[in-house]
Design a protein around this ligand. Structure first.
Ligand code: TRP
Length: 332
């Protein structure tokens, strides 16, 4: 049987190229030989302040983006987390086998809570919900970026503690890390690309071509070298984007050419930026076209309803076993 894989992404409104090049293209590739379940995690989104009038739209929009990128509902399950409320039910039960000390060590909580005026308990217990996502589907593999490895690790510990307290039920999931694809901000190449840093920092997968050109052209390249570096963080970031974009289009020569120009000290950054923009658009244009067609077809609602139905079947079966092992409720 094919290995089962689960991953989730928050409904932040739009995907940026850091999400796509770093994670989502890996999700798409895994579909070839894995049984994949992908989830838009709206329960996770409410751990910080989000506008309820925007959340549902953001979830549908993220699902559309994922479909446009190549998540295939014929082969994989794609659904929105809160359409399968068993995720939240399992999270409560798992919270009772989660170590408070483990949670307190989560670096993402430390980072995120510093940025919040009101720090919710949900933000603190966020990794438990993530563990529930993974474990309720009995996933063996979890494709994530480097920054999420700690969350997969705590999921393993939670699975282990559940199994030893209540009986063997959960497999311990392994992270599947996309190598060398940490795309940095264009405006500040020392920090990871993210939407929350502001417009200038990220390139949206669905962004207009003119705007992408402007952002790539104004990418910061001259921040200087730290000792031991031969290439500044900004230049390295452009090379990384260029390299993945070329790879996705089966072009092996462009990057090698530019790299040798760089090492000979005759690479103009304007040329690097133009090539990066061209190659990037070569990847994004077909995705944008698919997105437009899908949005016009109105099929996303049905795809998500079907995904939720299939995910519910798995989740209900797991919860049946969990409730039985734990001794919850009075039903037979
Ligand atoms: N915490 C993940 C992130 O911020 C999103 C996520 C939620 C997730 N549930 C998951 C990732 C389950 C992998 C598996 O990127």
């Amino acid at each position: 049987m094919a290995k089962r894989v689960f991953s989730g992404i928050q409904p932040t409104g739009t995907l940026h190229i850091g999400n796509y090049l770093g994670a989502i293209r890996n999700w798409v590739n895994l579909q070839r030989d894995h049984d994949c379940i992908y989830c838009v995690v709206d329960y996770h989104a409410i751990t910080i302040d989000v506008d309820p009038r925007e959340l549902k739209t953001a979830s549908r929009s993220m699902a559309l983006d994922l479909l446009a990128c190549g998540v295939d509902p014929e082969r994989s399950i794609l659904f929105v987390q809160a359409d399968v409320p068993q995720h939240a039910e399992l999270a409560w039960i798992l919270s009772c086998v989660t170590s408070y000390g483990d949670l307190a060590r989560m670096t993402q909580f430390k980072d995120k809570s510093e940025k919040q005026e009101f720090v919710s308990a949900g933000l603190f217990t966020y990794p438990i919900l993530q563990a529930a996502d993974i474990l309720i589907h009995k996933a063996q593999g979890v494709p994530v970026g480097e920054d999420q490895v700690q969350h997969v690790e705590i999921s393993r510990r939670i699975a282990r503690r559940f199994n030893s307290r209540f009986g063997e039920l959960f497999a311990e999931p392994e992270p599947i890390v996309t190598k060398g694809a940490r795309i940095m901000s264009l405006a500040d190449p020392t920090s990871k690309m993210s939407k929350s840093s502001g417009e200038a920092h990220y390139v949206g997968v669905m962004e207009a071509e003119t705007s992408i050109r402007r952002k790539v052209r104004s990418a910061v390249t001259d921040i200087g070298l730290t000792p031991g570096e031969t290439m500044s963080a900004g230049v390295a970031n452009l090379f990384q984007i260029l390299e993945i974009a070329c790879e996705l289009q089966g072009d092996a020569t462009t990057v090698a050419e530019l790299r040798s120009e760089f090492s000979e000290g005759r690479l103009l950054y304007s040329r690097l930026k133009d090539m990066t923009f061209d190659q990037l658009m070569g990847v994004l244009r077909p995705i944008q076209e698919r997105r437009a067609k899908l949005a016009a077809s109105g099929d996303v609602r049905e795809i998500l309803a079907d995904g939720a139905r299939r995910a519910s079947e798995i989740a209900r079966a797991t919860m049946h076993d969990v409730r039985k092992l734990v001794g919850l409720g009075t039903e037979a």
